[in-house]
Write a protein that binds this ligand. Structure first.
Ligand code: SF4
Length: 326
């Protein structure tokens, strides 16, 4: 028994449904751990239908760990082009360089130590490629489990324990994929198709599925910042950003905190800036309110159209340009 559920009543019908209804995806036709890992990394932020083309291109160019490890980073990023979230490709490249000589670890614990591999991806690869009996809990599985048990606010610990309790130890790879497939195609966030669900008979949440799980409160810090739009005879002063969210992109000089303006003025030796307004922008973990100032300066400048600007900096540019040509 798992909570109110008799595991047997869920396992057999769900596995049978999966065998009959699983989408035919190329990474389901292989047991190659590297290919399964590439697909799982792609699927972290990309829907399966969209991932198909990227997967085929990436695997054609880098068919194994060795080929990926030997590649130049620029070529890896080019093969990833369009899939977005390039940090995934950089981590995969580093991972290949770390384990090309030894092969991938065969356990979720070992996989989770590698760059860019979280607990879900580690469990998915370990169960599908190596048969380790470990539950993979992604957003789809979280939703299915929460609904099966009518759990409004399932804690990560409860979810993990419950998913482990449901697992089919003789075939953990198929079981994990079956749970994910049910969440992706039947027990969808909106309008789940309970009438055609293979486990409806055991589901405590089906009469009011939309309630489970309750939407997660987004914890975003409110952060204030200052941006300086510094015009020079050649354009604007722009800086190359670093950090996880905006790394590699370009933007206007920006400083967080209450004395951001003072820091920027002394860094660029600017006097008499003019306030042009405020821009708001939300990242995953913070809501930024940016006070935008402009000033004129000497020295070199950049054409912002010629640089990859972040969305935040596009907003700042639009505000500054509106202020200039009302
Ligand atoms: S019966 Fe409905 S809510 Fe329950 S698992 Fe199936 S699709 Fe999801």
């Amino acid at each position: 028994m798992v909570g109110h559920l008799n595991g047997k009543e869920v396992r057999a019908p769900l596995l049978a449904w999966f065998r009959q209804n699983a989408r035919d995806l190329p990474w389901r036709r292989t047991r190659d751990p590297y290919a399964i890992l590439v697909s799982e990394i792609l699927l972290q932020q990309t829907r399966a239908e969209q991932a198909l083309g990227y997967y085929a291109r990436f695997m054609a160019e880098f068919p194994n760990l060795g080929a990926l490890a030997r590649a130049a980073e620029e070529d890896v990023l080019r093969a990833w082009a369009g899939a977005g979230y390039y940090r995934r490709a950089r981590s995969l490249h580093r991972l290949a360089q770390e384990v090309a000589g030894t092969g991938l670890p065969r356990t979720a614990a070992g996989l989770a130590d590698l760059p860019g591999v979280g607990p879900y991806t580690a469990a998915a690869v370990a169960s599908i490629a190596f048969g380790e009996p470990v539950a993979a809990v992604d957003g789809n599985v979280r939703r299915v489990v929460a609904r099966l048990f009518a759990a409004e606010e399932p804690s990560p610990r409860w979810l993990r324990a419950t998913a482990e309790g449901l697992l089919v130890p003789e075939d953990p790879g198929s079981w994990n994929q079956a749970m994910m497939e049910l969440g992706a195609t039947v027990c969808t966030p909106k309008d789940p198709r309970c009438v055609s669900c293979p486990v409806a008979g055991s589901c405590a949440g089906k009469s009011d599925a939309g309630r489970y799980p309750a939407p997660r409160a987004r914890r975003q810090r409110a952060v204030s910042a200052t941006a300086l739009v510094l015009r020079t005879p050649q354009g604007y002063v722009l800086e190359k950003r670093d950090g996880q969210a905006l790394g590699g992109l370009w933007g206007f000089p920006l400083a967080e905190g209450p004395d951001g303006l003072g820091a920027l003025l002394s860094r660029y030796e600017v006097q008499d800036p003019r306030a042009v307004g405020t821009v708001k922008h939300a990242f995953t973990h913070k809501r930024l309110t940016v006070a935008v100032y402009e000033a004129s300066g000497e020295g070199p400048g950049e054409d912002p159209q010629a640089r990859p600007l972040s969305q935040l900096d596009r907003k700042i540019l639009a505000l500054a340009e509106r202020g200039r040509w009302p």
